[in-house]
Design a protein around this ligand. Structure first.
Ligand SMILES: [Zn+2]
Length: 273
């Protein structure tokens, strides 16, 4: 729990920030019940058929799996699409969108659940650096195209055996389609040039404040972006439930809280300044 004084200090930083970069990771969507599968035991409890075969999350989230274990690979993503569809973006997402109404704000997220866009964040104000489960691309990359596919259900799914059927196909070559997500050992993810250009444009000008939310040591992409800004003199507010999560950035503005709680409390403090 962060002390009220730190919340006040951070609210003042927010009040003064005309240009704000928001870096979100697993801890942000965890508050909406989106599992991260970083914990192997939790993942195998959810999916006994994968345990029997010794298939870890990294094994299934790979182009290799889409070629060699296709029914399991699509089942894993179909399960995640259904899970994301059954839950919804929490209040913290809406707080960020409100803050973006009177600031120049940009979201850089490692999450693939599409929750920022679903919560109404502007499409030209986000970079989903690991892609999105709501877009697809050709498994054999017959072109660099990707397309939106938001149907739920998308595949057939045998929950018991975690086997999918009726896979989506590429509209160009009629081959198998895969999620437009940067997977493990993935040299075939086609990326999102427009989002990358928008991000490069945003950081070309000075940024007044960086928010680092729910980053995990396992995937420290956002920590290192935050560190660069911190070293350049931009204040960084780090929000993380894990008290050891400030080791990389080492900012004085560290709130040991859930993303959702920190954002709603900061919003209250900001409104009463
Ligand atoms: Zn194709």
């Amino acid at each position: 729990m962060a002390n009220p004084e730190t919340i006040q200090t951070c609210a003042r930083l927010l009040q003064q920030a005309g240009r704000m970069l928001v870096l979100t990771s697993a801890g942000m969507s965890a508050d909406s019940n989106i599992p991260t599968f970083r914990d192997k035991d939790g993942y195998w409890r959810n999916f006994p058929p994968f345990k029997e075969k010794g298939l870890e999350a990294q094994d299934l989230a790979s182009p290799w799996a889409f070629r060699n274990e296709l029914p399991h690979a699509w089942a894993f993503y179909e399960w995640r699409r259904r899970n994301a569809n059954e839950n919804e973006p929490h209040e913290g997402y809406h707080v960020l969108n409100r803050w973006a109404e009177n600031r120049d704000a940009f979201i850089h997220t490692t999450n693939t659940d599409g929750y920022h866009l679903r919560s109404g964040c502007s499409a030209d104000r986000i970079k989903e650096v690991h892609g999105s489960m709501w877009r697809l691309q050709c498994l054999d990359v017959c072109s660099y195209d990707f397309w939106n596919e938001e149907s739920v259900p998308l595949c057939g799914l045998d929950h018991e055996k975690m086997l999918a059927s009726d896979y989506p196909v590429c509209p160009r070559c009629n081959g198998i389609a895969r999620p437009h997500i940067l997977m493990f050992g993935d040299g075939e993810y086609t990326g999102h040039q427009k989002q990358e250009d928008n991000f490069s444009d945003f950081i070309r000008k000075a940024v007044d404040l960086v928010l680092l939310i729910g980053s995990s040591g396992a995937v420290p992409t956002n920590d290192y972006i935050a560190l660069q800004f911190h070293q350049g003199g931009t204040p960084v507010i780090n929000i993380n439930l894990d008290s050891s999560a400030n080791a990389i950035v080492n900012t004085p503005y560290f709130l040991v809280m859930k993303g959702k709680d920190a954002l709603t409390q900061l919003d209250e403090a900001l409104n009463s300044l």
